[in-house]
Structures are given as C-alpha cells and as structure tokens.
Design a protein around this ligand. Structure first.
Ligand code: SF4
Length: 393
C-alpha cells in the first residue's frame, strides 16, 4: 500500500522516481488532453521499458515507478511484468488511468482488476473533460470497487482554478462518499510541469517547518554568490522539482522532466539522460543526479541560471528559458563552474531540505490548485499537521 502523498513527498529528490510513458494511445476522446492522445496515437515496443526496470537492483532503483500514458492499461501484460519486477527489486509502482473501461456502468473487468491489484497505487484521472466519456458516478464506483479489493487509490482532478464548479462538486462527492479516506491532487488546467505554478526560492524557504532553518545549512539570501563577472541576476531563484525524476518518453528516450514539450521531443541535449533500450537505471540515475545543468535548474531554476551566464537572455518564460539553455554554451559552461562552488553545494542541500520539510502539501500548493492542497493527505496514516482542507467553489 502506498499513499500518493508519500510518493509526491519525494518528487523533488533526484532519481527517487521514474515515469514510464508506456503508450500515447488512449480509447477516450476527451476535449482536453495534455498528451493529445487518441486510439491511433503512437505506441512503441514494450521491450525498452521492461529492460530498464529489469536493470534495477535492490541497491540501485527508484523508490517509485509511475506508469502513465496515454492509457497505460492498454498494455496489460507490460504493466503486470513491470509491477512484478519492480516489486522484486524493492520499487513501488503507481499507475494513472482515465478509466476507459468504465464508460458503461458495471464492475471492473476481471483481467483489469487482476492487473490493478499488482500495482501499489492507482491514480484515477477525472475532470469535466473526462465526464462526457466516463461519468463521475462511474469513476466513483470504480474507486469504491478498487478500495474493496485493497488497492490504494487517489484522484487526479484538473481544475480551471479555485472557482471551477465541476471540481468543487466532484470534491464534495468524493469526500462525502469516501469519508475523507481518498486523497486527491487538483492540478491546474494546462499547467502541469510548467513554471507558472512555481514559487521562487524565497517563498520556498518561507515554507520551512519550524526548527529546520536553524539546524540546517544557511539559506540563500537572494541570488547565488557570483561566479562570473557579470551583471547581477534579475531573475529570482525558482527551483524546478520537475527536473528530479527521469521520464521515459513513448519511444524509449529518457528525458529529465515530464513536461509534455520535453516528452514529445526532440528534447534539448541537456534534458536527455539516455535511452531505455541501451542504458541501465544506474547510469540514468547517475546522469540525473550529477548533471551540472540539471543540478543548477533544480536549485535555482532555468531563468536565474540563464540570467547569470547570459544576462538578458532569460526571456519567453520559465520552461522556454530551460529549453533554450541547450543552445547557450555559455550557460552550460557556467553551470559546470557553478556546481563546483562551495556555496552551491550548501544551497543545493538546503533546497532539497526545504522541500522535504515543507512536505507533500507544499508540493500540491506549488504545482496544483493551492486551495485544494489539503486534499492530498486525506487518508494518510498520521494525517497532516497543517490547516484543514480549504473549500473552493
Ligand atoms: S522544461 Fe526545464 S524548467 Fe520546465 S519543467 Fe522541465 S526541467 Fe523544469
């Protein structure tokens, strides 16, 4: 059993997780789809995904393997095999599904139920775009059935914002039906993995739990110490936690973040970690953890990094700045220089510590709709010591 809050509590830790985009295909035709999936979308050989998981060892493995698509359940035998091997090596699996099999009301088909019981957590995706395809009542019935089968389950809901009435009604129904036992992450429409929802590092430090700051390394005060004779950086620090977990794209290319632009490719070289058909997990994890550019992006964010070594060039937005770093050799060289500075090591450690101390609700506030962040820890053993869940809509 795995609670989704415990998964997302590790989202900022390099190589603590791995996303596998098993297929872009999906039988549903939702009006909004972040992966642009259809039943005719691309699907490549399963062997590279399986091979990468088979390269895990008890000593070198991600804590969590996130199976996603498209609709991951279109590859039942692959899901079953990956879940089995991952568990043997000590990893837990999380699968996200749009419940294509619940368009008509009824029980979960036996073959699907058997596979869903092999993973450690199931995330059910639902929003007003899914609703015409899979009615909310059907989705709640499936979750009730999965809970009855002993499968840990949560919702991922996509909202227009805190005033999205459909999501407010959905949340109220979920809470009433499941008695606050089922958590949910409410994500903003179209903002997954995007910098718009990021807090800057100053806000991040402000979320430190009492007692962490005094005992930890000194917090960064403003931009990092100068390592090049350039104009002061104009951008604020804004660490990117999305650069922490490798993602295997549909074709087996392993990239450093799950942003759809990066997954769709071609990804710039500084965001490519290898290929699942060729590289073992130990190498992917090492590249993820050690890449100077990724370390700098995770610690300061792409805009500050660009501003420092190519002043005035961090235009176009957070992720656009990141994607353009590959074409700026002075920034790539600067990142290599930056990570050798003692102050960087201290700041890098502090940023990880701050995010760990802030906990999974802080993640939900940064990357989700903040008013609903408290839903993430519903049903979590030990609960949360934060304020009660906000009501929106
Ligand atoms: S493109 Fe870069 S900045 Fe954007 S989410 Fe990915 S790693 Fe982070």
């Amino acid at each position: 059993m795995v609670h989704i809050a415990d998964v997302l509590a590790r989202r900022h830790v390099p190589a603590a997780g791995l996303f596998l985009s098993l297929t872009r295909r999906c039988p549903l035709s939702c009006a909004h789809c972040s992966t642009n999936s259809t039943i005719r979308s691309e699907e490549h050989a399963a062997a590279p995904f399986v091979r990468l998981v088979e390269s895990f060892t008890p000593q070198s493995r991600p804590e969590f393997v996130f199976l996603t698509g498209g609709e991951a359940l279109l590859r039942l035998s692959t899901v079953r095999r990956i879940a089995r091997v991952a568990r043997e090596r000590g990893s837990r699996t999380v699968l996200i599904t749009g419940l294509f099999f619940a368009r008509a009301r009824g029980t979960v088909p036996a073959r699907l139920a058997e596979v869903l019981r092999t993973v450690d957590h199931v995330v059910v995706s639902h929003d007003r775009f899914h609703a015409p395809e899979v009615p909310r009542a059907h989705a709640l019935d499936v979750v009730a059935e999965l809970l009855g089968l002993g499968v840990d389950t949560s919702f991922q809901l996509v909202a227009d914002g805190p005033d999205d009435r459909y999501i407010a009604e959905t949340v109220a129904e979920i809470r009433a039906r499941f008695g606050d036992r089922v958590p949910a992450l409410v994500a903003p429409l179209g903002a997954a993995g995007r910098g718009a929802a990021l807090l800057d590092a100053v806000e991040l430090i402000d979320t430190l739990q009492p007692g962490v700051r005094p005992g930890g390394p000194p917090p960064p005060s403003g931009p990092p110490a100068p390592v090049a004779a350039s104009a002061p950086a104009a951008a604020a620090p804004a660490p990117c936690a999305m650069a922490a977990w490798p993602t295997v794209a549909y074709d087996g290319t392993v990239v450093a973040c799950c942003s759809q632009d990066v997954v769709d490719g071609p990804a710039p070289e500084h965001l490519v970690l290898g290929h699942a058909a060729r590289d073992p997990w130990s190498l992917i994890a090492e590249r993820c953890a050690e890449s100077p550019t990724l370390r700098a992006i995770r610690t300061y964010g792409p805009e500050l990094l660009t501003d420092r070594f190519a002043p005035g060039c961090a235009s176009g937005g957070y992720c656009t700045s990141c994607l353009r770093i590959g074409g700026r050799p002075e920034v790539l060289r600067g990142a290599e220089q930056l990570v050798r500075e003692p102050v960087f090591l201290a700041t890098e450690a502090l940023v990880v510590l701050a995010q760990t101390a802030a906990g999974p609700e802080a993640f939900a506030r940064r990357y989700g709709v903040p008013e609903y962040a408290g839903l993430l820890t519903l049903g979590r053993p030990g609960g949360t010591d934060r304020e009660p869940v906000g009501e929106a809509g």
